[in-house]
Design a protein around this ligand. Structure first.
Ligand SMILES: [Zn+2]
Length: 522
């Protein structure tokens, strides 16, 4: 092989790095808790400016804009949930990254979570940044410290490890693009080296929860194959992209394992940000994403400065939700799966005290959703417990509320094993809540209603109006007094009102004739 040229040395300096050949530079134990607000904002200074991208602001902005101008990408319909972008020196990978960032023009987000591999410092779990701001030649970006705290609270292995962020380039190189295409956003930088399913899934769940509280864009930072020949890179990266297109993190993990086992000359990793990519796919599924689009593929051999030997691959990928969540009606087979899950869960729990694991892969059943599970025995209510916040994947919500309805409804003793054959089940899946400004917006024939005031809240499912025959005003008074413990006229005096719709479906006790369908929920 020829002596590498200067750009190749920069490439190697920047890219001689992957999840596979991580060096253990710093000792463990550098993690600490998020500190309280500083008097002076603490700022993370750029580490790779002048090497990966120009340090002169005008030159940098000019280059970013010209990469964006040359990225010929259609704006697809749908809500953009996540991107996958590369993180090499700009001369190599910025033309590809621009395809993804161009999609952000005209969109706005509260927070952009960028998940990158930590190339220098091993991270147990996930590394958060303790800085208040990150600096780039184009200015400072505020860190969403609130989001960091939320992530740390929901996933204890997500901790501040500033040493991991200090010299790392995989997130830093994204900043100039983000600063150019978005006008106002906060950054949530996350680094990982543990690409296990457990670590990725835990972080994905925490991110999906976070997305309920802010307009969140997810970005996975990853390069593709490292150092095979040009032709091998094209072939290997095509396989990896095919796996990414399935939106199945397990498929991506299996594919990269299979590719690495093939003994491709020079190949040291197929996807250096495999964990970030898998985390983003898992989170996107939880958020109802249903479409993956590969916007651009190229490798370092495609640019004039690059050699065709020992190349690194780059992709720009967009992940969308094409259907609004509220319109996501479950089909009969999906209803059947949830009803079966609820029934088998209750049977197992009542008989053995064991909580079944949920093995579900259907995105419609994995999106976060609130739901109620209602049990009846001999036509009489036997337990009803639900959730109002979409804090878990739907299948897990149904499993956990089924157990609670059977064993924790304070109005009833726990269900006994001999009652199981006689239990009717109904599941009500809630749409997202919408706040109404006047009671006139409430249609009690189809809306469930939530009232909130002074830290108290109450809920009626849409079925209640039909079962009781109450008028709207009667229903609101009963809701305030009996469900929320407020005065009966609180709804007239400023209490917040929210509406939602439900999709309800039921299965009668085993032995009786079974049916599945949309019932009005009587
Ligand atoms: Zn990398």
């Amino acid at each position: 092989m020829k002596r590498p040229s200067l750009p190749i040395l920069i490439l190697i300096a920047g890219l001689l790095v992957s999840g596979v050949i991580l060096v253990r530079v710093l000792p463990r134990g550098t993690a600490r808790a998020l500190t309280s607000a500083h008097a002076e904002p603490s700022v993370r200074a750029p580490a790779v400016t002048g090497a990966f991208y120009p340090s002169d602001p005008q030159q940098l902005l000019g280059e970013v804009r010209s990469y964006l101008d040359r990225a010929d990408v259609q704006t697809a319909a749908g809500e953009l949930v996540a991107l996958i972008v590369p993180h090499a020196g700009y001369v190599y990978s910025a033309p590809v990254a621009a395809y993804a960032y161009r999609l952000l023009q005209g969109r706005s987000y509260d927070t952009v979570a960028v998940i990158g591999p930590s190339h220098r410092v091993p991270v147990d779990g996930v590394a958060l940044s303790d800085a208040d701001e990150w600096q780039s030649p184009l200015g400072r970006v505020p860190i969403d410290r609130d989001a960091s705290t939320t992530i740390a609270n929901s996933y204890p292995k997500a901790r501040v490890i500033d040493a991991a962020h200090e010299r790392e380039h995989s997130i830093e190189v994204q900043l100039p693009f983000l600063q150019t295409v978005l006008s106002d956003f906060a950054l949530l930088p996350l680094l990982m080296t543990d690409f296990s399913d457990a670590n990725c899934t835990s972080l994905a769940r925490a991110l999906a929860d976070l997305a309920q509280k802010r307009r969140l864009l997810l970005i996975a930072s990853s390069d593709m194959s490292h150092y095979p020949s040009y032709d091998d890179a094209v072939r290997v990266d095509r396989e990896t992209l095919k796996a990414i297109e399935t939106m199945d993190a397990g498929e991506v993990a299996a594919t990269t394992r299979r590719l690495m086992a093939q003994g491709v000359p020079g190949l040291v990793t197929a996807l250096c940000g495999e964990g970030p990519v898998e985390t983003v796919l898992l989170a996107a599924r939880l958020l109802g994403a249903d479409r993956v689009e590969v916007l651009k593929y190229a490798n370092s051999g495609d640019v004039p400065a690059g050699s065709k030997d020992g190349v690194v691959g780059y992709c720009a990928v967009a992940i969308y939700r094409t259907r609004p969540l509220a319109d996501t009606e479950l089909n009969a087979a999906q209803q059947r799966r949830l009803l079966d899950l609820a029934r088998s869960t209750i049977e197992e729990y009542v008989r053995t005290g064991r909580r079944l694991d949920v093995a579900e892969t259907d995105p419609a059943l994995l999106r976060p959703a609130a739901a109620f599970v209602t049990l009846k025995g001999g036509g009489q209510l036997r337990g009803c417990i639900g959730s109002l916040e979409p804090s878990q994947p739907l299948a897990e919500t149904v499993r956990d509320r089924a157990i609670m309805a059977a064993t924790r409804d304070p109005r009833f003793p726990p269900v006994r094993a001999q009652e199981l054959p006689d239990l009717d089940l109904e599941i009500s899946v809630l749409s997202p809540m919408r706040r109404v400004t006047t009671p006139d917006e409430i249609d009690i024939s189809k809306h469930g209603v939530v009232v909130r005031s002074n830290g108290r809240s109450g809920v009626f499912l849409p079925q209640v109006a039909e079962e009781t025959g109450w008028s709207r005003d009667e229903l609101l008074s009963h809701l305030c007094r009996e469900k929320a413990g407020l005065s009966a006229d609180a709804w007239k005096r400023g209490a917040a009102l929210y509406v939602f719709t439900v999709q309800a479906f039921s299965s009668p006790a085993p032995g009786a004739h079974s049916h599945v369908g949309n019932s009005p929920g009587t």
